[in-house]
Design a protein around this ligand. Sequence first.
Ligand SMILES: [Zn+2]
Length: 120
Amino acid sequence: MEFFDDAVNKTKEVFDVVSKKTGEVINTGKIKYEITSQKGKASKEYEKLGRIFFEQLKDEDDIPEDVKEIIKSIKEKEEKIEELNAALGEIKNCVVCPKCGATQAKNAAYCSVCGEKLDI
Ligand SMILES: [Zn+2]
């Protein structure tokens, strides 16, 4: 049964190599996932940080020029988003709550999600 034993051993070797590689793939996959996850979390923290400064700085005069540019750019984007949401609401025959962004029926007086008055 030498041939058979050899075949079994060969198969086992191949299996070990494959499973080791699979293990490595899984490990790097896990690590890559964790990196992406941590980056995503850090990005959210950056956004929070930016939002805090944005809220505090927007009415002050001693804001650095480059920060002023970013604030102006954010405000422009917020206006654009509002316009786009309104356009979307027109198409879908509904309104978008200006406070929370929930889609509401066009005749709704208040937002069913956050309670904001919808004066449209
Ligand atoms: Zn709302």
